[in-house]
Design a protein around this ligand. Structure first.
Ligand code: COA
Ligand code: AMP
Length: 636
């Protein structure tokens, strides 16, 4: 028997490539359009064509209004479960819509209109979801900045997006620590050359903050007054091709890339994915344990489940320590979640604390059907452990901020294909995934190469970078003509399964968070005592990878290296943020280089990881590698 016999996957995927317009036009019937597309796909506009050109739509309407009108008014739309504040709150579709209409009206009072940008720098609280949907409602373009980023990173995003309004909060809560957001916001606005005209600040009871008169406004007061005045904003029609949001992600330099998501394609692809990929039916409880600062949180805490009419859980907590390694099982059983989507790092953390799975046995997981993993490669031992403990399918799936949804996965709704540990399975509809060599020629099965996606990309994938069309073309479309470059390397096997093995650029993946080592090197190099540096990702049992910085000090520096290393660690935390998890800086006499002066990062990484390595033929001085080995002793 062919291993694929039981699934509709092959037929569906083949149809999506043979007749993309027919395929996506059919999927688009699940969306309520104000005006249908003039062309399902217009190859003549945009960098590689645009989906649903000419269609008019509103994303918020599809996420809320139509469900309220269609009988889901009293169904829970959002559950906020926060072990960090010891609280659970729930919003029905009708309640969430009321909050969104109110906040959208407040935004209009601040003069925010279609196309204006609005930044959210917020912890994982329901108000953040309300703010995202309120932007969508009035056609404003939101840009959520993850709370673990420092002021300078926020400032870079403010300068690029030039928001009219910023939503923020007094604080975020991390285990054992209050993260004061307001000083970071104030510093970012001071650093930025583009200033927002107003900030709306959510005062959290755990730690309040001062408001700057004339600029800052208290969220609760605005809400109370708007409700008293019965303020409410209607949906503003936008083009399917208008931007819904900008999400900044690490680029190959320190300057982040503003990934643009449009309205129409995003609605269609996310709606399609909820049942066909994740197997979720409207009305079911779904949990995506990410943060709204990441693409996974955008797509599957907020938009996907709400567009689908499901109930979405938003979790302000950690897999371990809030209060223990049973936290995930408590949430699943308490809210009767049928599926969880999280990063493998969370499971590595749980497994370390509870290798026997004792906590799992304490909860009723009878409703739980599937575990989805993404954000980094799901390592086979972690997948096997999760399968054995949970006794449900564990599905790795691969995607990027740029694509907005899964590139390769195992489609539960279409019928699962056999799982191969270490592979995220097969390309989703609309994605023709090829593995190519340097001359853009496809390589044979089981041969490593660059993973690329044949143009056009399917709906929801980025049409461009925010106001940087040339950078978009240069970064993604120019190296392999006719393809989108994923910057991931890997291979396809004889069954067409995709194997994603690592990045081809300077990006590392730390606990499922995407970070640029080049960006970190810029920070290290800015220290007065540093002559030269290299940052690379080294293996970590929990986070997958963590950054490790090597420093060469300037001649004549007499200060203790240990003191400088401490300063460097503090500098990265201050400039990039705690999310970088940069805790290891090592001073060395020199860095290994090729004769042409390129730092041999790959070889340093192998030495640090304890992997076998061969002497690079082009090395300038082989002795440097012994020095690196010595410097690493006792440090990793
Ligand atoms: N605001 C402020 N700081 C934040 C933050 C936020 N929203 N989120 C994380 N941080 C801080 C953490 O407190 C930590 O700081 P520390 O150095 O003082 O300990 C640092 O950033 C690193 O955070 P993170 O990488 O999340 O690690 P962690 O130590 O908090 O927990 C595990 C890591 C082990 C629990 C990890 O397995 C995990 O689950 N991480 C989240 C995975 C995830 O959601 N990925 C998203 C892609 S789908
Ligand atoms: P991000 O844009 O933050 O979602 O990160 C995208 C990158 O994370 C990808 O380019 C991959 O390098 C990596 N990644 C995400 N999911 C997977 C996966 N399932 N398997 C392997 N790598 C993954």
């Amino acid at each position: 028997m062919n291993i694929h016999d039981k699934s509709r996957y092959h037929e569906v995927h083949a149809r999506s490539l043979k007749d993309p317009e027919g395929f996506w036009a059919e999927a688009a019937r699940e969306i309520d359009w104000i005006e249908p597309a003039k062309k399902v796909f217009d190859p003549t506009s945009g960098a590689y064509g645009r989906w649903f050109a000419g269609a008019v739509v509103n994303t918020c309407y599809n996420a809320l209004d139509r469900h309220v009108a269609g009988g889901r008014a009293d169904q829970t739309a959002l559950i906020h479960d926060s072990p960090l504040t010891n609280s659970i709150s729930k919003f029905t579709y009708a309640e969430l819509l009321h909050e969104v209409k109110t906040l959208a009206a407040i935004m209009q009072d601040f003069g925010v209109t279609k196309g204006d940008r609005v930044i959210l720098y917020m912890p994982l609280v329901p108000e953040a979801v309300v703010a995202m949907l309120a932007c969508a409602r009035i056609g404003a373009v939101h840009s959520v900045v993850f709370g673990g980023f420092a002021a300078k990173e926020l400032a870079t995003r403010i300068d690029d997006a030039r928001p009219k309004l910023i939503f923020s909060a007094s604080c975020g809560i991390e285990p054992g620590r209050i993260v004061q957001y307001k000083p970071l916001l104030d510093e970012a606005i001071a650093l930025a050359s583009s200033k927002p005209s107003a900030c709306v600040i959510l005062q959290r009871p755990q730690h309040g903050c001062d408001l700057i008169a004339g600029r800052d406004h208290d969220w609760a007061t605005l809400r109370k007054d708007a409700i008293a005045a019965k303020k409410s904003a209607d949906c503003v029609p936008v083009l399917a091709t208008d931007p819904l949001y900008i999400l900044y992600t690490s680029g190959t330099t320190g300057v982040p890339k503003g990934v643009v998501r449009d309205n129409g394609g995003h609605l269609v692809a996310l709606k399609w994915s909820m049942f066909n990929l994740y197997g979720i039916k409207p009305g079911e409880v779904w949990w995506c344990g990410s943060d709204i600062g990441w693409v996974v949180g955008h797509s599957y805490i907020v938009y996907g489940p709400l567009i689908h009419g499901a109930t979405s859980i938003m979790y302000e907590g950690k897999p371990v320590g809030t209060p223990d390694a049973g936290a995930f099982w408590r949430v699943i059983s308490e809210h009767k979640a049928v599926a969880l989507f999280t990063a493998p790092t969370a499971f590595r953390a749980i497994r370390k604390e509870d290798p026997e799975g004792k906590f799992i046995r304490q909860y009723d997981l009878s409703k739980f059907r599937t575990l989805f993993l993404a954000g980094e490669r799901a390592d086979p031992p972690t997948v096997e452990w999760a399968e054995q403990q949970l006794k449900v399918p564990v599905i790795d799936h691969w995607w990027q901020t740029e694509t907005g949804w899964c590139i390769a996965g195992n489609p539960v709704g279409l019928g699962m294909l056999p799982v191969k540990h270490g592979s995220p399975t097969v390309p989703m509809p609309g994605y023709q995934v090829d593995v190519v060599d340097e001359s853009a020629k496809p390589v044979p099965a089981n041969t490593m190469g660059s993973i690329v996606i044949k143009l056009p990309m399917p709906p929801a994938c980025l049409p461009t970078l925010w106001q940087q069309e040339e950078r978009f073309k240069e970064a993604y479309l120019s190296e392999f003509p006719g393809y989108y470059k994923t910057s991931d390397a890997g291979y396809k096997d004889e069954d067409g399964y995709v194997w994603v093995m690592g990045r081809t650029d300077d990006i590392i993946n730390v606990a499922g968070h995407r970070l640029s080592t080049g960006g970190m090197e810029e920070i290290l190099a800015s220290h007065a005592d540093v002559a030269e540096c290299a940052v690379l990702g080294i293996k970590d049992a929990i986070k997958g990878e963590v950054p490790c910085g090597f420093l060469v000090l300037k001649a004549g520096v007499t200060r203790k290296p240990a003191d400088i290393e401490k300063e460097i660690i503090a500098l990265v935390r201050d400039k990039l943020g705690p999310v970088a998890a940069f805790k290891l800086a090592i001073t060395v006499g020199r860095l290994p280089k090729t004769r042409s002066g390129k730092i041999l990062r790959g070889t340093i990484k192998k030495i640090a990881d304890g992997d076998s390595w061969t002497m690079p033929a082009t090395i300038e001085d082989p002795k440097v590698l012994d020095e690196i080995g010595e410097a690493l002793k006792g440090r990793v």
